[in-house]
Structures are given as C-alpha cells and as structure tokens.
Design a protein around this ligand. Structure first.
Ligand code: ARG
Length: 461
C-alpha cells in the first residue's frame, strides 16, 4: 500500500514503480532526511500541533532508524518510491499511528528541497577542503621552484621566460576563486525551504524560524512557490564544479604534453601513471587524461540540469527528481578527481635542465633585448624592428641571441654594447620582472607568503 494510496483503486504497475522511484539515487540523503524530520517534529510538538509525547516518540524512533540504516539493518523498497517515504514508512511500521503524524504541515516538495540543501552544504565544505590540499601542494611546489626557469607560452609558442613557481601559482589563483565561488554558493544555498509545504505553505502555526535555527540555517525562504521549485543552488554548484574541473583539465593538458618526449619537462611518478598492454616502453599520463575526460562529464551534469529546468512551470514538477543524479554524479566525480590529481602533482619530478634548455631556445629573451635598447633611448617600435632583424639573422645562422658576437649585434644596431649579454640572460629576464604579480623571485616570494597566510585561515575567500 502506498502512503498516498487513498484515492487510487488499483496499485501502480511494477514497471511504474521502477520508473518513478528514486530510492536508488536519493537513499544517500537518509541522514539529512532524518535530521530534517527530527527538527520538524520537534517544532510540531513545541507548537502544540501534535502532542508533545508523540513528537518525542517520533524523534526517538527516527534516531533508532538512523542507527539501523547506518548498520545496514533497514531494507529500502522501490514501492515506497524515495528516501522520504521509505523512512516515513519505516517509522509507521515501528510505532504505528503516532508515526503517521510526522508529515503534518509538510510536503515532500519542501522536504526534498531541505534534504538536498543540507546534503550539499556538507559536500561543499568537503570539496573546498580537497581544493585546499591541492593549494598546499602547489604553494610547496612553488617554494621549490622559484629559480626553475622555463618558457612561458602564448599560442603554445615560446614567449617569455618565467619560473615554474610562477606557472603553478597561476593555478593557485584559479583555485582560490573556485573556493570563493563555493563559499558564495554555500551562503546562497543556506536558506531554509521547510514550511513551504507543497507550494503554498500550510494553515498550521509552524515556527519556521525555530526549525531554521535547529538545522543551522541563518534565514528562511520568503516565497513558498519559489522555495519548492527553485533548483538554482544545484545549478550554481554544478557551475562552480564545472569551472573547477575546467581549471584542473587545463592543468592536465599541460601535464600531458610536458610528460611527452617532445617536451620532457616533467616525469610522473610510477605510482601515478600507467603502462600499455602492447607497447612495453609506454608510460602514460592516464590520471591527467581521465581528469580531463571527466571534466566533460561534470559539464554534462550542468547541462542536464539547465535543460531539465528550462521550461518547467511553477511550482514543483517531477522532472526535478532528476536533479540528484546529476549533482551527486558531479560531486562524486570532483571528489574522486581532486585527491588523485593532488598526489600526481605532489609526486611528479621536474626536469629543470630541460625546462631551462627550452627557455634558451625560441628567443624568449627577445622582448628583453628590445627593452634594453629602449633603456638606451631607442623608441620601442624601432627596437622591436631591430630585434626582429636580429632574430631573423639568428634563425638563418642557427644561433640564439646570446650566441651572437658583438660585431654581429653592431652590424644591426650600434646602440648595443657588451652589457646586452647580461640584460638578456634568462635569470635577468625573469628577475627584472619585479612588479606585483610577476615572475621575479622577490615577487613570487611575497605571493608564497600571502598564500601561506591564506591557507592558515579556516574560512577562505
Ligand atoms: N523524490 C522526489 C524528488 O526527488 C521528492 C518530491 C516528490 N514530490 C511529489 N510531489 N511527487 O523530487
């Protein structure tokens, strides 16, 4: 018998039970559902909506059900559709008629909106902490590589020399924004929907503020129609997670080509790479590839929810039951990717000499040579032209700028003198870029210190 069976003359087709039920997906919210019910029933008792001793007995039984679920003693049933009705049914089976009073002044519509918010609040904190662990590794990596020079790229063409610390700290900044976005998402999510009923609240004198307080919600929703039909918090979280995955995926892309023989900037630890079933020589960056691949999956979850919601009339529609599969999948995926990604970065080895060699080629110091002329009074556009000619000459004679003789320099511009060699050394190129946000050792040291302070804070953004 269904909890809502009264107006029906026959039971649902078993095919419909399978199709309609969401217990397989939403059973993971059992704890949140019980906590919500305990707060709700406590309030019903306090307000005299149901007898206090009934409220107490429901509370006590709900706590027992929670323990029993945790030790695997409760069997869920597709007939009871979802976690909300499974728990209510279990309650009624244990204490009979008293248990039937729990759902007074409540609908599954405000109940499910509540449960998912409690569930996701906790997951946001878990994810933010995982990001923080990655940030710690990045800041530590930066500490070790303030002097490790590699080419910085634009268009994937060698552009200007930077330090490896500068490069990895770019990701630190992205992750800082990711965590700030998650914090923000958390506070917008943190509004209690319970008390909104099916869509139009209820005639019982509920004390919504009391329930909010019990469940640690700083405020309550102001429109019951919106409260039960809004899934912005899910879409917003999926957007935050999509952006986070996009950042990881860009890093993965770099890890993948840095570990190719053509770049050979890093080597992944054996524990974080894989072999080939046919080619004995292979060492593949599967972890990075999978994180990159799973990014598509998280984007898919976001698109799923944007599409599910786009034409739903107010208020609740069953389409919205699809929300949990999508958001749980994204949360699980991100929680799986972050720790393995963090360890992969922590254990990889950096091939400093190869990075340096790459920075020596590709004329990454050409801008500095032009700036050298500017400091000697040449207009930048003329200096650019002179350097263009020098580079052209170098390519023709298979030389780098620092290999040119003074005569060769002078043949193109007599403003050059011996001091040019120091000005275009890679170390000078990096360390003279001493502006805040730049690659110089001083600038990077300041950022590393700021980052360490940021990592000490409990709440971050
Ligand atoms: N399992 C449903 C969901 O996840 C709960 C709400 C059902 N409400 C209803 N009126 N059928 O959305």
């Amino acid at each position: 018998m269904k909890l809502w069976g009264g107006r029906f003359s026959k039971s649902t087709a078993s095919m419909v039970d399978d199709f309609n039920s969401s217990i397989d997906v939403d059973q993971r919210m059992y704890k949140q559902d019980i906590l919500g019910s305990i707060a709700h029933v406590g309030m019903l008792g306090k307000q005299g909506i149901i007898p206090k001793q009934d409220a107490e007995s429901i509370k006590k039984t709900l706590k027992e059900i929670l323990t029993d679920i945790e030790v695997g003693k409760v069997q869920f049933d597709v007939q009871a559709e979802d976690i909300h009705m499974n728990i209510e049914k279990e309650l009624i089976s244990r204490i009979g008629d008293v248990g039937k009073k729990l759902h007074t002044g409540r609908s599954r519509n405000d109940q499910v909106a509540l449960d998912i918010k409690i569930y996701l609040r906790e997951e946001i904190i878990n994810i933010s902490n995982l990001i923080k662990e990655l940030q710690v590794v990045l800041n530590d990596t930066a500490k070790q590589h303030k002097e490790t020079i590699l080419p910085g790229y634009t268009h994937l063409q060698r552009a200007q020399p930077i330090s490896f610390a500068h490069h990895v700290l770019a990701y630190f900044e992205m992750l800082k924004r990711d965590r700030a976005r998650l914090d923000d998402c958390y506070s917008r999510m943190n509004v209690l929907p319970l008390g909104s009923g099916a869509l139009a609240t209820t005639t019982y004198p509920l004390d919504r503020e009391y329930v909010a307080d019990e469940l640690d919600f700083p405020s309550i929703t102001q429109n019951s129609i919106d409260a039960v039909s809004d899934r912005d918090h899910i879409i917003e979280l999926l957007s935050c997670l999509s952006i986070l995955m996009m950042h990881l995926s860009r890093f993965c892309e770099e890890i993948i080509f840095w570990s190719s023989a053509e770049f050979s900037f890093i080597e992944l630890d054996d524990a974080y790479s894989t072999g080939s079933s046919i080619m004995p020589q292979k060492k593949n960056p599967d972890i990075a590839e999978l994180v990159r691949g799973k990014t598509g999956r998280v984007y898919g979850d976001l698109i799923t929810m944007l599409t599910v919601m786009k034409s739903l009339p107010l208020a609740y529609n069953k389409d919205m039951q699809e929300d949990k599969e999508a958001v749980f999948d994204a949360v699980d995926t991100v929680k799986m990717c972050l720790p393995v990604f963090t360890q992969m970065i922590k254990t990889m080895s950096v091939k400093k000499a190869n990075m340096y060699k790459a920075a020596q080629g590709g004329f990454t110091n050409a801008t500095d040579a032009a700036d050298y002329l500017v400091k000697k009074g040449v207009a930048f556009r003329d200096a650019h032209e002179i350097l263009g000619k020098l580079v052209f000459y170098c390519i023709k004679h298979d030389k780098t700028l620092d290999e040119l003789s003074m005569e060769e320099y002078k043949s193109i511009s007599d403003v050059f003198d011996k001091s040019v060699y120091k000005a275009i050394s890679l170390e000078e190129c990096v360390n003279n870029r001493n502006l805040p946000g730049g690659p110089s050792q001083d600038a990077i040291q300041k950022v590393i210190e700021k980052n360490s302070n940021y990592l000490l804070k409990i709440i971050n953004n």
